[in-house]
Design a protein around this ligand. Structure first.
Ligand SMILES: C[S@@+](CC[C@H](N)C(=O)[O-])C[C@H]1O[C@@H](n2cnc3c(N)ncnc32)[C@H](O)[C@@H]1O
Length: 237
C-alpha cells in the first residue's frame, strides 16, 4: 500500500512538472504518430448510442477529445492524478466547445470513485506502465464497466520484431530522454520512461493478464514494429 502511494505521488509530481510541455514533447518523440495511435484505439471500440466513457489517466485530454468527436452523443469523464495535466485538458476541451460533454475527475485509477457497472466503455492511453499491479487494475476497470461494455488500452510494449527490438531500445534509452528533455526542460522525467517499460509485460502476456481478469474477446493490434499496442476486450454479459 505504501509502495503504491509512493509511486502515485512520484508519477503525479512528474506529470505536474512537465504538463505545460507534455503535448509538444510527445509529438516530437513519437514523430507525430501519437494522434494516429489514439485514433487506432478509437477505431477498436464499439460504442452504443450516447455512451458514458471513462478515459483513465486522461492527462491533457486528447483521447477524451477524440472519443467525444467520434461519438457526438458520448459523455466522457477523464480521470487523472495530475491536476496540472487535466488543467491543460480542460482548456483544450473548453476551446473545442465540448465542456458540456467532457468532464474531469481527480482520482487514482486503481481505486475509482464510481459505482459498479456504470460505464459503457473504459479507455486508457499510456497509463499501464505506471500501474503497480496490472491484474488488480484490470479488475478495478472491469468493476466499473457495464456488462457487455468494452475496454481498450493503448501503450508502448516490448517490440516483437527481432530486428527492430535493439533499435527501439537504443532509441528509447538514448534519443527519447534527450529529445523529451530538450523539449520539456526535464531530462529526469524522460529518463523515467525507459525505466518504466523495462518490467512491463509483452503484448501476449498483457492479453493473458486481461483474460485472467475476466475479459473476453481479448484482442491486440500492434503498430510500429510491435512497439505500440492496443489491447481491447469485453466484460462478459
Ligand atoms: C503518459 S500520460 C498519458 C496521458 C494521456 N492518456 C495521453 O494519451 O496523452 C500518463 C498519465 O497517467 C496519469 N497517471 C499515472 N498513474 C495514474 C493513476 N494511478 N491514477 C490516475 N492517473 C494516473 C499521469 O498523471 C499522466 O497524466
Amino acid at each position: 500500500m505504501e509502495e503504491k502511494r509512493g509511486r502515485a505521488r512520484y508519477v503525479r509530481g512528474l506529470f505536474d512538472s512537465i504538463a505545460s510541455r507534455y503535448d509538444l514533447a510527445n509529438a516530437v518523440i513519437t514523430l507525430g504518430r501519437i494522434k494516429k495511435w489514439r485514433q487506432c484505439l478509437v477505431g477498436e471500440i464499439n460504442l452504443p448510442d450516447a455512451p458514458l466513457v471513462l478515459d483513465l489517466a486522461t492527462g491533457t485530454g486528447d483521447l477524451a477529445l477524440a472519443i467525444a468527436r467520434r461519438s457526438p452523443r458520448a459523455r466522457v469523464v477523464g480521470v487523472d492524478l495530475s491536476l496540472e495535466m487535466m488543467g491543460h485538458g480542460r482548456e483544450k476541451v473548453r476551446r473545442a466547445g465540448l465542456d458540456g460533454r467532457i468532464s474531469f475527475v481527480l482520482a487514482d485509477v486503481t481505486a475509482l470513485p464510481f459505482r459498479d457497472d456504470v460505464a459503457d466503455c473504459v479507455v486508457d492511453a499510456f497509463l499501464l506502465r505506471h500501474i503497480p499491479s496490472l491484474p488488480d487494475a484490470f479488475a478495478e476497470f472491469k468493476r466499473v464497466l457495464e456488462f457487455g461494455g468494452e475496454i481498450a488500452s493503448l501503450e508502448l510494449t516490448q517490440p516483437t520484431n527481432p530486428v527492430f527490438r535493439p533499435v527501439f531500445w537504443f532509441l528509447f534509452r538514448n534519443l527519447i530522454p534527450l529529445l523529451g528533455g530538450l523539449v520539456s526542460g526535464d531530462y529526469q522525467a524522460f529518463r523515467y520512461l525507459p525505466r518504466s517499460l523495462q518490467p512491463y509485460p509483452g503484448h501476449a502476456e498483457m492479453s493473458a493478464i486481461m483474460r485472467g481478469a475476466g475479459y473476453e474477446n481479448v484482442r491486440c493490434r500492434l503498430m510500429w514494429g510491435g512497439a505500440v499496442a492496443v489491447h481491447a476486450g469485453t466484460k462478459p454479459d
